[in-house]
Each structure stands twice: as C-alpha cells, then as structure tokens.
Design a protein around this ligand. Structure first.
Ligand SMILES: Cc1cc2nc3c(=O)[nH]c(=O)nc-3n(C[C@H](O)[C@H](O)[C@H](O)COP(=O)(O)O)c2cc1C
Length: 263
C-alpha cells in the first residue's frame, strides 16, 4: 500500500505531544506532510477526511487517564477510509490508564486502521520535576528508531491488519471522563492585559476584553495560559494545586520508559 501524504495530528497545550509526533514524522521527510494542531479551537471546528493513501500520526496526552475531551470530540468527527493511523499517547510519568485504549477505540470507529502505537513519558504539566525535560536525548533516540522502523515496515506492507496491536487500558473504560479539578486558574494584579492567555486558550474560555473573566466550568486546566503569560500573572489555586503536586512528587524518582509496537 503506497503512502502519498503524512498528517501529524495532536492536542498539545505544553507541546511535548507535538514534539513526539514531529519526531516520528521526521522519518517521513520525503513525503508531503501537513500538521493539524487540535489545540487550536478553530482547527477543531473543521471536518477532516482521509483516504487509504494517507498516513495519520495522531498524538494525545493523558488527562486523568483519558484523552482530553476536546481532542476526543474532534477526533470523533474525523473520517477515515481504511486509513493507516499511528497512535501516540504521552503521559506525565504517573499513569496512562485508558488514554491509548480511548484513542484506539475512537480511531477504529472512524475507519482508521492502527498500524503502530507508541507510549512516551513526557514532562508533567503540573510538576516540572516529574519526567523533567522529557522527551530527553534517550527518548528521542527511541522515538526516531520507532519512526524509521515504521517507515520501513510500511514500505513493504501489502495490507495493514497483519498483527493485532496490544493496546493497554480497559474497555469499557475504567477511568471516567475527566471531572472538575479542585483548583482553578487565578489572575493576579501583575496582569499586563496583553491577552496572550486569551489567544492561546484551547477552550476559548478567557475573555478577550477582560483576562480576569474566565469560564471555570469549561476550563480543562491544561495550563496553556500559565505557560504563555509573560508577567506570570496566571496560577492555579494554591492550596489544592500544591496538594496535587505533593501526590505527584511520589512519582518523581521512578523513571518510566517508552514503549512502541509496529504491526
Ligand atoms: C489536566 C491534566 C491531566 C493530566 N493527567 C495525567 C494523568 O492522568 N497521568 C499522567 O501520567 N499525566 C497526566 N498529565 C500530564 C500530561 O499527560 C503530560 O504532561 C503530557 O506530556 C502533556 O502533554 P502536552 O505537553 O502535549 O500538553 C495531566 C496533565 C494535565 C494538564
């Protein structure tokens, strides 16, 4: 089966998932490629259709053991046609739970054929010391090897469902969809009204007229606004957020390793 175009698809507020997907796609640099950044609200409003000569590399971070809801919604509107897909899940070195299973279920329901899957620990959004700096050099080596092996495998593939992928996770899902976190985004008096937070917010829940006005019910706590703010005026509610960071600290010393499988 001949691949004519490679798509890189991801939802990646702190850009580690994007980095992993980009790194895999480097093995396909001789092919025309297109990036679909589902972090951007406007990109999630589009309808995307693919054929069997496309290869889609799709990345999702674990959000409480599931795919971020906005990404799950957007992917559920993708339309494949026996389209080969590479499933990529990232997580903050704590637990992936049902993230990869959910990605697998959504993509197969939309008529994509999983040809490979990879799981990669990446720096945790909520605690930089957790998987700090990952994907690091060692991870990138593994990710590049995955990309090259995948490209070589696809070059000689005549059909795509040769071997079943071992997808970790449970179905029906053990993890419920992500609930509301006990902390929310706060804005301090250091705010300089640059509106970068409103521009970057994947959920468009920060008012462009007033960055103090946030729809906390629809906010997914992705941390994009904290990351972009040049005045460090955004933070998560201190007490409950510090309590979560304390729980996450237990996972700092145990380095989890990447995993991948190619059909
Ligand atoms: C709202 C939220 C929930 C998360 N839940 C988990 C989780 O259940 N398990 C885990 O190991 N990491 C979790 N993480 C960490 C992210 O999966 C990890 O940092 C990932 O690399 C972020 O991807 P990105 O850089 O592409 O945004 C969570 C992060 C956020 C913001």
């Amino acid at each position: 089966m001949k691949i004519l175009k490679v798509y890189q698809v991801y939802f990646s507020p702190s850009e580690t998932t994007k980095k992993v997907v980009n790194e895999i796609a480097k093995a396909f640099k001789d092919y025309p490629t297109e990036e679909i950044d589902l972090t951007r609200y406007e990109n999630r409003q589009n309808c995307y259709c693919f054929t069997e000569t496309d290869l889609v590399i799709v990345g999702a971070p674990a959000y409480a053991g599931r795919i971020p809801a906005p990404e799950a919604d957007a992917l559920s509107r993708f339309k494949g046609l026996n389209t080969p897909v590479v499933l990529v899940a990232t997580y903050g070195n704590k637990a992936l739970d049902d993230t990869m299973m959910e990605l697998y279920k959504i993509m197969t329901r939309q008529e994509f054929i999983p040809v490979a899957a990879g799981i990669f620990p990446c720096q945790h959004t909520f605690l930089p010391e957790l998987a700090q700096g990952r994907p690091d050099e060692k991870d990138l080596d593994i990710i590049q090897t995955f990309g090259r092996r995948l490209r070589d495998r696809l070059r000689i593939a005549v059909s795509y469902s040769l071997r079943k992928l071992e997808i970790p996770g449970s179905f029906p899902y053990e993890k419920p969809p992500m609930g509301v976190f006990p902390f929310q985004v706060e804005t301090s008096e250091y705010c300089i009204y640059c509106m970068l937070c409103a521009d970057v917010c994947p959920m468009q829940v920060i008012s462009h007229d007033n960055p103090f006005s946030i729809d906390h019910t629809s906010c997914i706590r992705c941390g994009s606004c904290l990351r972009i703010c040049p005045a460090q005026a955004k933070s998560f509610t201190e007490g409950p957020f510090t309590a979560l960071q304390e729980i996450l600290r237990d996972y700092v010393d145990e380095r989890q390793e990447p995993w991948y499988m190619i059909c």
